[in-house]
Design a protein around this ligand. Structure first.
Ligand SMILES: Cc1ncc(COP(=O)(O)O)c(C=O)c1O
Ligand SMILES: [Zn+2]
Length: 401
C-alpha cells in the first residue's frame, strides 16, 4: 500500500490539472489548486476499520494526505483533538447534543498546526528551502515553528494588532518577522512582492494547495469520533475559510470512499459583524464576496476582509444548505465567558463566535431540538490574554477575604 494516494492537483475554478510532484501555487487563471486522490484504488485496498491501531494524530489518515513518503513528515504530535460534549449548553439551548471540537489542545494552541504540519511536510518533500506568508497571527506562529522543525527558513508578515503571543512564537522560532500597520490583506500584498523578488515559496492561504489538506483532518476526525455517523450541523468561525472548505472536502472524500452515508451536515460559516464579507455575500445569494472596508474585530483570526477562496466557502454553505451568520464582538465576549462558566472551557474569541452562532440559530428555530451540532473551537483562549478585561480585588497582606 502506498503511504499517500495523492493523484494530482486540479483548479477549483477551471479545468486545468497540475502535477503534485513539483512546487505549485495558484492556477494560471488565478484560482486555488486542490488535491485529488485516487479514491477508487484506496477504496479497494483500505477500510476505515484499518485505522484502529494507527497513531493518535492526523497522520493516521496519511493515505488521504499529500505527503508521499513518511520520512518527510514533520510532526509535533498534532491532531485527534477531543470532541467534547457540552452538557450544560445542550440543556440550556434545548439541543440534543452540542459538541466542541477543541483545537486549543494542539501544538501551538490553534488548529493552524494542522495546515502547517501538512503544508511544511509537503514543502520539505518538494525541496522548498524558504517560504513566506501573511498571517493574522496563529498561522504564522504555527508555520514558523513547523518550518523551524523542518529546517526551512520562513518570513512572516502580520498586522501590528495581531495577538502578541503569536509574534513571540514566530520570533522564538527564528522566523524573519515583520509587523504591518494594516490588515492581513496589506501583509498579503507585501508578501506577494517579496516572493516575486526573492523566489521564496508563497505559503499564503490557498496560494499553496496543501494547508487545506491538513485542515480537512478536522472533518475526518469528527466523522471518526462520531463513529462515522454525521452530525446535523458543523459550525466554523470563518476567516480565509480554509477550515470550512477543508471539512467539506474531507466529508465528500469520505462519502466517495463509502465511509459515511446520507446527507452531509449543514455547514455554518460564522464571522464577526466587524468583518462579514462572506455573510453579506450569502445573504445576497452571491458566489463571490466584496472587500470589507475598515474590517475590525477582536476575533482576530476571522478579520479577513476578502478571502481568495470565498466562492469555495460559499459553495460549501449553499450545497449543504447551511447558513452564514455574523456575531457582534460583545456577544462573542459574552459567549466566551458563558462557555467558561458553564463548561469549564476557555475558548478563543473565534470559538466564542461559533457558540454564539449556535445560540442564535437555535433561537431562530434553524437548529432543531433533536439535532447534533459540532462547534469548532479553533484555538485556546489563553492565547488571547489581552482580549479579557477582568477586575480583580488586590488585597493588602493584612486584609481578610
Ligand atoms: C483561532 C482562529 N480561528 C479561525 C480562523 C479562521 O481560519 P480559516 O482561514 O480556516 O477561515 C483563524 C485564522 O487565523 C484563527 O486563528
Ligand atoms: Zn484555473
Amino acid at each position: 500500500m502506498a503511504f499517500s494516494y495523492v493523484s494530482h492537483l486540479y483548479c477549483s475554478a477551471c479545468e486545468k490539472t497540475y502535477e503534485s510532484t513539483k512546487p505549485q501555487q495558484l492556477c494560471t487563471c488565478g484560482a486555488p489548486l486542490l488535491v485529488q486522490y485516487d479514491l477508487e484504488s484506496l477504496k479497494q485496498s483500505f477500510r476505515k476499520e484499518d485505522l484502529v491501531n494507527r497513531s493518535n494524530d492526523l497522520w493516521r489518515y496519511h493515505e488521504l494526505l499529500p505527503v508521499l513518503s513518511e520520512e518527510h513528515v514533520v510532526s509535533l504530535g498534532e491532531g485527534m483533538t477531543p470532541l467534547l460534549s457540552m452538557p450544560r449548553l445542550s440543556e440550556e439551548l434545548d439541543i440534543e447534543q452540542v459538541y466542541m471540537k477543541d483545537e486549543g489542545m494542539i501544538p501551538t494552541g490553534s488548529f493552524k498546526a494542522r495546515g502547517s504540519a501538512v503544508g511544511v511536510s509537503k514543502a520539505k518533500e518538494l525541496g522548498i528551502q524558504t517560504l513566506a506568508m501573511p498571517t493574522n497571527g496563529n498561522a504564522g506562529a504555527a508555520w514558523s515553528l513547523y518550518a523551524a522543525r523542518a529546517g526551512i527558513e520562513s518570513t512572516i508578515v502580520m498586522p501590528v494588532d495581531a495577538p502578541k503571543i503569536t509574534r513571540n512564537e514566530c520570533a522564538m522560532a527564528g522566523a524573519h518577522l515583520y509587523l504591518v500597520n494594516g490588515l492581513i490583506s496589506d501583509a498579503g500584498k507585501m508578501v506577494g512582492e517579496y516572493v516575486k523578488e526573492s523566489g521564496a515559496f508563497d505559503a499564503s492561504t490557498l496560494k499553496e494547495p496543501y494547508r487545506i489538506e491538513g485542515k480537512k483532518t478536522m472533518g475526518i476526525e469528527i466523522a471518526e469520533q462520531l463513529n462515522w455517523e454525521m452530525p446535523d450541523v458543523i459550525v466554523y468561525p470563518t476567516g480565509g475559510g480554509v477550515g470550512i472548505i477543508g471539512i467539506y472536502k474531507a466529508l465528500n472524500e469520505l462519502k466517495e470512499l463509502g465511509w459515511i452515508e446520507g446527507s452531509l451536515p449543514k455547514l455554518v460559516a460564522v464571522q464577526s459583524t466587524g468583518c462579514a464579507p462572506i455573510v453579506k455575500a450569502w445573504e445576497n445569494g452571491e458566489r463571490h464576496s466584496e472587500y470589507w472596508e475598515d474590517a475590525d474585530t477582536m476575533a482576530f483570526g476571522i478579520n479577513v476582509p476578502k478571502a481568495i477562496g470565498d466562492f469555495l466557502v460559499l459553495d460549501a454553505v449553499y450545497e449543504t444548505e447551511g447558513w452564514a451568520i455574523a456575531i457582534e464582538d460583545e456577544a462573542i465576549a459574552e459567549e466566551q465567558q458563558a462557555i467558561a462558566k458553564s463548561e469549564g472551557a476557555f475558548v478563543c474569541p473565534e470559538g466564542g463566535a461559533a457558540f454564539a452562532a449556535i445560540r442564535r440559530l437555535r433561537n431562530a428555530g434553524r437548529i432543531k431540538r433533536n439535532e447534533r451540532v459540532v462547534a469548532l473551537n479553533t484555538g485556546a483562549g489563553i492565547k488571547y490574554p489581552d482580549t479579557v478585561n477582568v477586575e480583580v480585588p488586590v488585597l493588602e497582606k493584612e486584609e481578610q477575604l
